[in-house]
Design a protein around this ligand. Structure first.
Ligand SMILES: *Cc1c(COP(=O)(O)O)cnc(C)c1O
Length: 369
């Protein structure tokens, strides 16, 4: 008889479904890797900034040593950029690490975590990983319903996760609504504001959430170098919170959770304004390209504030999987979102103009089949 190892709440975890790697799709469908287009994981279509490559090359010589466990230089650069003291910053092995660390540091088994339907998959995993109760509020127009989230907070709630912009739906909550929410959340609840796509916001939507951290001791802002900064493979993210929270996060995180190359590359990327600018412009143009094509194809989509769009490719529950399979056969990798409860939809990242065009052509073919 097989023994059941581990606690029940760990055995109940459904593993995270990552975007398919290019090599895997090539093997599975007998395609040439060079002809495959991956628009599945909201990665930066320009890849790694040259500035970051140079910084990593310079850092290679020191790889025989452990990384700086305190990330002195990177925290210094972030402290300057966000105008907060360096000891308000926690580095993470990607911001997924930050989200998990927050759950470990702040939530006891049996206590509850509040998050929204159709929000980032990691929230459910982080909650499950600590044996927390999930309080999932229904989405409003595919985004967060902050009033419902506020009302859902219980005495045993310790954490609220908010993705802004949200993944996989691309919805956005304006600054005023978040501030209003923060002002009303009970002080025993920590709000994790996950801003993985913040850098893609248009100037009129931008706000500096680090400023709110100064006002709200129960706010933790999470950011990443994986999207706009083009460093997804390096795994580096960070949290900004007041010292009482930061101190707790630092007790839970692995001492060397961010490696030396990642620290060096992140500093370079943070200061690479041209790279960010180029990415933002490409994103705006690519979004228009998608929206025009979806309108032409008569497809519903959720207006997006990130570097991806959620598009409805059919009316039956098999639509997402069916169109996805056709796209894969044509060498285009996007993200099915059936696991999010959106089986009629696909999420597609914004790539370079020619990649977007290839996706649109493949989608047109898929829909005609
Ligand atoms: C991509 C993403 C992240 C970032 O993940 P990393 O671990 O930093 O690569 C975090 N939150 C959301 C909502 C995301 O979409």
């Amino acid at each position: 008889m097989t023994k059941n190892y581990g606690p029940e709440y760990i055995r109940a975890i459904a593993p995270y479904q990552a975007g398919k790697p290019i090599a895997e799709v090539a093997r599975e469908f007998g395609l040439n890797e060079a002809n495959i287009i991956k628009l599945a994981s909201n990665e930066n279509p320009f890849g790694v900034p040259e500035s970051a490559k140079q910084a990593m090359a310079d850092a290679v010589a020191e790889l025989g040593r452990y990384p700086d466990a305190n990330g002195f230089d990177l925290k210094g650069a972030l402290s300057k950029r966000y105008d907060v003291p360096a000891d308000w910053i926690t580095l993470g092995n990607g911001s997924n690490d930050i989200l998990e660390i927050a759950a470990h540091a702040l939530v006891e088994r049996g206590q509850s975590i509040v998050y929204s339907q159709y929000s980032f998959a990691i929230y459910a995993l982080a909650a499950q990983g600590v044996g927390a109760q999930h309080v999932v509020t229904p989405a409003k127009a595919y985004g967060h319903d902050l009033a419902a989230m506020l009302a859902a907070i219980r005495d045993d709630t310790r954490l609220v996760f908010i993705a802004n912009p949200n993944n996989p739906t691309g919805t956005f909550i304006p600054a005023a609504e978040i501030e209003d929410f923060l002002a009303k959340v009970p002080s025993h609840v920590v709000v994790v504001l996950d801003e993985a796509y913040n850098e893609f916001l248009a100037p009129q939507d931008q706000f500096e959430s680090a400023e709110w951290v100064k006002k709200y001791p129960n706010l933790l802002v999470s950011r990443t170098f994986s999207k706009a900064y083009g460093l997804a493979g390096l795994r580096v993210g960070f949290a900004i919170a007041q010292p009482a929270l930061t101190d707790l996060l630092n007790r839970v995180r692995q001492p060397f959770n961010v490696n030396s190359l990642a620290q060096a590359a992140a500093i370079a990327a943070l200061n690479d304004k041209d790279f960010l600018q180029k990415g933002a412009e490409n994103n705006t143009a690519g979004y228009q390209q998608y929206v025009a094509a979806f309108d032409k194809l008569g497809l519903q989509y959720v207006p997006s504030f990130g570097n991806f769009v959620l598009v409805k490719v059919g009316d039956d529950a098999g639509a997402g999987a069916r169109v996805n399979l056709s796209l894969l056969k044509q060498g285009v990798i996007v993200r099915p979102v059936g696991g999010y409860g959106l089986p009629e939809w696909l999420r597609v990242s914004i790539g370079l103009p020619e990649e977007n065009e290839a996706f649109i052509e493949a989608l047109t073919v898929a829909l005609a089949e």
